[in-house]
Design a protein around this ligand. Structure first.
Ligand SMILES: Cc1cc2nc3c(=O)[nH]c(=O)nc-3n(C[C@H](O)[C@H](O)[C@H](O)COP(=O)(O)OP(=O)(O)OC[C@H]3O[C@@H](n4cnc5c(N)ncnc54)[C@H](O)[C@@H]3O)c2cc1C
Length: 400
């Protein structure tokens, strides 16, 4: 993290402890580690295991279930620290879902989920790294999902096709969204969707999950899949919360999750600027350091200013998660929009600063650029973030 950045946000004692503890673990995994994993398209098992062993996958799990009992204000520090350490956005994404999938279980899970599974999540023994919502015909319009779950006696049977389901290859459990009531039979399209906790080993053994990996150009340390659930049988008590209310259970924690992802973007922005500034201070052209040219300094400085502005919003919002959902939604969407743009600008400036080396893998900034581009698309697109502001803040008509 760049020197002024630490002072620009006044960390609470808890936040400082999180920053230091997570930073210490991250320091064991240098730039070469991430470069090699990215080039090989390998999940960083050693990194995730190091965090899991220290209980960080259970950062949001309450202490009564063995977790750290922290909340969004600390989770933003944790994920920003990871991204800024050199892991980047993709490094943060390797554990992001494990952190956030515990939220619906804490809020809506049954006793077994809370008392048996959450302590295993907190100790790093059970990974719930996978959230399977998006489908070929349902991305931004997530209520258009067609995957069905029908009740048969003491089981549900799940059938359907998902797209972009990430980390299903490294998870013990997945949270799967499916329609329990068809869209045509509900009053509001947000009704009729349910969430299921799927034991993946059992499901793979039964031959009811089929995977096809999607070749992609960003976040190579995480694999994403086209998934077919084919007569997947889960026990009735795999239902998380209430039947038909799953979409609302997701919405409960969505804004906080968005803030945490936003912190991953600001972490990536910091990282890119740091690398850009370091190179500008060592590369000599025409007998002087390129960083002494304002044409090189200014794009990095402007990106730095924008990253700091986005960070202010993230941290302010993360400390106020008891605001009403619409207000947090506004903070979260505005911050997400700004942070994605700022980290894209930062990564672009870092590439430009490196000249031709900007596209050479060994300098890393090309990876940051690919990841920064991705942040404009996930977990929601920039347009959808702006739609929220247009509709909920400016009072303009909904576009869909
Ligand atoms: C690397 C990666 C990992 C992912 N991991 C997961 C995962 O683990 N689990 C999961 O469930 N999903 C995952 N996703 C899916 C991700 O959430 C979706 O890609 C995202 O929500 C966008 O949906 P879409 O790709 O279908 O785009 P579409 O919804 O098809 O949108 C296409 C374009 O149209 C624009 N658009 C659409 N409607 C409007 C409108 N009303 N106003 C303005 N613009 C509009 C969009 O902004 C976008 O630019 C992942 C995606 C990627 C790329």
């Amino acid at each position: 993290m760049l020197p002024f950045s630490e002072r620009a946000i006044e960390f609470t004692d808890r936040q400082r402890r999180v920053h230091e503890a997570v930073g210490e673990i991250c320091a064991e995994f240098d730039r070469e580690y991430w470069r090699e994993r990215d080039a090989a398209g390998e999940y960083p098992h050693a990194f995730v295991e190091a965090l899991a062993e220290e209980g960080w996958l259970g950062v949001l799990v309450p202490e009564e279930y063995g977790g750290k009992g922290l909340d969004t204000a600390e989770a933003v520090v944790m994920m920003e620290t990871i991204a800024a350490s050199g892991a980047g956005f993709s490094g943060a994404q390797t554990i992001h879902a494990a952190v956030y999938n515990s939220a619906p279980l804490v809020a809506h899970g049954n006793d077994a989920m809370k008392e048996e599974l959450l302590p295993r999540v907190a100790s790093g023994d059970a990974w719930i790294q996978c959230f399977s919502l998006t489908e070929p015909k349902a991305g931004s319009e997530s209520t258009a999902i067609e995957t069905r779950a029908r009740r048969e006696g003491e089981e549900y049977v799940i059938d359907g096709e998902k797209l972009w389901t990430s980390r299903i290859d490294v998870s013990d459990y997945a949270v799967v969204a499916a329609r329990t009531t068809p869209k045509s039979d509900v009053e509001r399209k947000t009704e009729g969707i349910s969430l299921f906790l799927v034991d993946l080993e059992r499901a793979f053994d039964a031959g009811s999950i089929h995977l096809e990996e999607i070749e992609k150009t960003a976040s190579n340390v995480v694999s994403s899949f086209r998934v077919r659930y084919d007569g997947l049988r889960v026990p009735a008590d795999a239902l998380i919360g209430e039947e038909d209310r799953g979409f609302y259970h997701v919405l409960d924690g969505l804004n906080e999750e968005r803030l945490v992802i936003t912190a991953e973007c600001t972490g990536l922005g910091e990282l890119a600027i740091e690398r850009g500034a370091a190179y500008a201070g060592e590369r000599e052209v025409f007998g002087r350091f390129i960083g002494s040219n304002q044409a090189v300094q200014h794009p990095l400085a402007a990106a730095y200013a924008r990253v700091q502005a986005a960070r202010q919003l993230v941290y302010a919002a993360a400390g106020r998660t008891d605001d009403d959902p619409k207000t947090i939604g506004t903070w979260a969407n505005v911050a997400k929009y700004l942070a994605s743009e700022a980290c894209f600008e930062a990564a672009d400036a870092a590439v430009q600063t490196h000249g031709g080396r900007g596209v050479a893998r060994e300098y890393d900034v090309e990876r940051y650029f690919r990841e920064a581009r991705l942040t404009r698309l996930v977990p929601i697109t920039q347009e959808l973030a702006l739609n929220y502001v247009g509709e909920n803040v400016l009072g303009l008509p909904r576009s869909f």
